[in-house]
Write a new protein. Structure first.
Length: 552
């Protein structure tokens, strides 16, 4: 009976069914076959890209007989990535999803709910693991003439690899959430937790860079490097050892140890969930609220008449800032770009391949490089316009409330415009922060900073418009928590591809033609504005037709 409950619950969670027994909406969201095909194509493209990186690394390591480092690096990296992002993922799946309110009254034990949700989470992680590990396995196996057991072990290891990192992430959630449940302002905690996690990520990156540099100064031994990489996540090193020694009993022993460790961790999680899961999840959907008495002046200001587009844009921005999953994935992401781009310079050295701070300052000091800087600012605007995932998830984030778009007295064109403007506003913050950082650290002239912001604004409007068109055509409306609307939405990846193409073409054209600074700015601005206008008009017309036909 328990087994039947587990399989039935897992089936419903995998299908994304409404736990209230409702039927799925019919319309554009019912395009699972098309999305599956696109997901397969995307998987192949990303896997080929990873393989293109792994192949030269393997060849370089093979010259010094250290090709096994490729397996250690890839398996350890996958394990760490799954653990790090799994902390947020399991909290949203296990605690903050809407189906919790319908699962709790059912005659289902906590371990059954945990096991079903864990399997669902695990299946999603295989996409990431496969992208990195499949090309690594093929490249290493073919070039090293590996025996058949190597491929058999690889399949087993890929199946079990995400288990331990997810168990550790879930363990942290199970231990912490009973304490968090005592807090009234749970949304604020989620936001603070997300920010602290990003701080941790950057701290880890900086420490790793410093450690790598010091290690290079202390020793040139690649064996030490292999041990350091493997210690990122010990499970990855055990898995790599099983593959490297797949032809001997030692490799089989490492495989057995790896599988047993993962199974044992899952059993421990089930035992702990029986005692702690309900304590952390009961009452979690409740939240505190504040009431504020308003005088006549405040009331008049609050109900002041605004333009429809402006009011709708403000509504979209408030939703992004008030919803933790949207704030972390759509807003915070644009704030970290200056850190991602600028901070590595302070920890780079002449021995590293990356540019140092002095080199970049000299680059910005030369006026002959200004055309390339302008082109890069335009390309960055296009890129950040899609990477904040605001517009390419704007329809998907409506979810069950999509019907509101159809009955409010606001034309679809104005709704689409407002959603585009909200995405541009968020992206513009990231562009301004990066430009200000460059102006201070790189001593970039003020007029150049202003021009970079202007050309970047034109670029981000283009990517924001393309992003909302993709989401209108393939909205993901069936989700039970906000995290799925932005983190499990393939539209995000589909929007990145055209953005990268446009950005590369922009920079490459300027590098090849080498026009002067004034011509570069004027030509790029005119081209982008014209393209923005044409794409915007097309999106408004096409989008309006699609939204009108939706569920008619």
């Amino acid at each position: 009976m328990k087994t039947n409950k587990f399989f039935v619950l897992t089936k419903y969670l995998m299908m994304g069914s409404d736990m209230r027994g409702g039927r799925k909406k019919k319309g554009l969201s019912d395009n699972s076959i098309y999305r599956t095909i696109m997901a397969i194509i995307l998987f192949l493209l990303l896997a080929c890209s990873v393989g293109a990186l792994d192949l030269p690394i393997y060849e370089s390591l093979k010259m010094i007989n250290m090709q096994s480092l490729l397996l250690v690096l890839n398996y350890s990296l996958v394990a760490f990535v799954i653990f790090f992002f799994g902390v947020f993922y399991v909290m949203n799946i296990f605690y903050f999803s809407k189906d919790i309110d319908y699962l709790l009254p059912l005659p289902v034990k906590p371990e059954t709910i945990i096991a079903s949700k864990f399997v669902v989470t695990l299946l999603y992680e295989y996409f990431i693991a496969g992208i990195i590990l499949v090309p690594c396995t093929i490249i290493y196996g073919i070039n090293s003439s590996a025996n058949p057991l190597f491929y058999v072990y690889s399949v087993i290891l890929i199946i079990f690899l995400p288990v331990l990192p997810l168990c550790i992430a879930l363990l942290l959630s199970i231990l912490v959430m009973p304490l968090i449940n005592l807090s009234k302002n749970k949304d604020l905690f989620k936001i603070i937790g997300g920010i602290l996690a990003l701080v941790f990520a950057f701290g880890f990156n900086i420490v790793a860079n410093m450690g790598a540099r010091n290690a290079g100064q202390m020793s040139n031994s690649l064996k030490n490097l292999s041990n350091s990489v493997g210690s990122i996540f010990p499970g990855g090193k055990i898995a790599a050892a099983a593959l490297i020694n797949s032809g001997s009993f030692y490799g089989f022993l490492q495989l057995v140890i790896f599988v047993l460790i993962n199974i044992l961790s899952f059993v421990i999680i089930l035992v702990l969930s029986n005692a702690l899961y309900f304590k952390g999840v009961v009452g979690l959907s409740e939240s505190g609220s504040k009431r504020k008495a308003m005088n006549e002046a405040e009331l008049s200001k609050a109900v002041a008449r605004r333009s429809v587009v402006m009011s709708y844009t403000i509504k979209e921005l408030k939703l992004l800032f008030r919803t933790p999953a949207y704030f972390i994935n759509c807003v915070i992401i644009v704030l970290i770009w200056p850190l991602v781009i600028i901070m590595p310079m302070f920890f780079s050295s002449h021995q590293n391949n990356g540019p140092s701070k002095d080199q970049l300052i000299s680059l910005f000091a030369s006026s002959s490089n200004y055309p390339i800087i302008i082109a890069a600012a335009a390309a960055f605007g296009v890129f950040v316009g899609c990477m904040n995932v605001v517009t390419c998830t704007s329809i998907s984030r409506e979810g069950d409330n999509f019907f509101v778009m159809k009955y409010i007295p606001v034309p679809y064109k104005q709704q689409i415009t407002a959603k585009i403007l909200s995405g541009v506003a968020i992206a513009l913050v990231g562009q301004i922060l990066l430009v200000i950082t460059a102006a201070i650290i790189m001593k970039m002239p003020i007029y150049m900073s202003i021009l970079c912001i202007i050309i970047g604004l034109a670029g981000m409007f283009l990517s924001a418009t393309i992003g909302i068109l993709i989401d209108i055509m393939m909205p993901k409306l069936e989700w039970d928590n906000e995290q799925k609307a932005v983190k499990q939405n393939l539209n995000v990846l589909f929007a990145v591809i055209p953005a990268l193409i446009v950005g590369v073409i922009t920079v490459a054209a300027i590098v090849i033609v080498r026009p002067n600074f004034a011509i570069t700015f004027m030509v790029l601005l005119v081209i982008y504005v014209v393209i923005d206008f044409v794409v915007y008009k097309a999106v408004c017309e096409k989008g309006t037709d699609i939204l009108k036909d939706f569920e008619n």
